[in-house]
Design a protein around this ligand. Sequence first.
Ligand SMILES: Nc1nc2c(ncn2[C@@H]2O[C@H](COP(=O)(O)OP(=O)(O)OP(=O)(O)O)[C@@H](O)[C@H]2O)c(=O)[nH]1
Ligand SMILES: [Mg+2]
Length: 222
Amino acid sequence: MHLIDLKVEADLLLKNKEIARKNREFFEKNGIKVVNIMGAIGSGKTTLIEGTVKALKNSLRIGAILGDVAGDSDFQRISKLGIKAVMINTGKECHLDANLIYQEVSKFHDVDLLLIENVGNLICPTDFYLGEDLRVVMVSVTEGEDVIEKHPEIFRIADLIIINKISLADAVGVNVDRMESCASRLSRARILRMDLKEKVGLEEWLEFIRGVLNVSGNSREG
Ligand SMILES: Nc1nc2c(ncn2[C@@H]2O[C@H](COP(=O)(O)OP(=O)(O)OP(=O)(O)O)[C@@H](O)[C@H]2O)c(=O)[nH]1
Ligand SMILES: [Mg+2]
C-alpha cells in the first residue's frame, strides 16, 4: 500500500472513532444497550435477530438496524415483527460505519436494546467501531471448518462468537470441536454453539444478552 493510501485510511478510521464516540454518548444518555452482530453471509444473523425480537419484544423495547449492500429483505423480515427497524444499504461498502449509524440513532431514542446487523462478511466490519456495547461474530458450519482460521482479525475483537447450524455439521463434514478450538486460540470471547432451526443455544444467547448488557427481561412485562 502507498503511503498516501495509508494516511487516508488512518484519517478515515480516526474520523470513524470520533463519530462512534458521539453514538456512544447518545446510547449512554438514553440508556440504550447496543449489540453489533457481525458475521459471514447467510450464517444466520437475521434469524438470530428474529428469535431475539420474538422472545423479548414484550418485555423490552427493541429496535433494529439492518445493514446490507442492497435489498430490503432483512428489513421486511424484522419490520413485520412490529418493532422499529431501519434498513441501511451500503452500496459498494462492505461494512456499516459510525456515520451511517449516527444518521439513524435519533429514531431509536426510546428503545432499551438496539440490534445492529452488519453487512455479511468476516473482513470489512472489523475496524469500524459503531459505539456498541457488545460485538457478536457469527459463523455457521456451512462456511467450512477453516472459516475461523481464515479470518482471525474479526474473532479477536469479538465479545461473543456464535457457531450456528451445528445440526448440519455431519452433513457438510465439519468437526465443530475443531472450529471451536480455533476460535478459542484466537479469542477469549465466550463461544456459543447454536442451531436456530432446532432452537439450540437460543436460551443461552438470551441469557447472555440479558446478563452482559444488564437488562432485565422482566422489567417491562405486558
Ligand atoms: N439449517 C439451518 N438453517 C438456518 C439456521 N439459521 C439460519 N438458517 C437459514 O440460513 C439462511 C440464512 O439465514 P439468515 O438469517 O438470513 O442469514 P444472514 O446471516 O442474516 O444472511 P445475510 O444477511 O445475507 O448475510 C436462511 O434460509 C435461514 O433460514 C440454522 O441454525 N440451521
Ligand atoms: Mg441478514
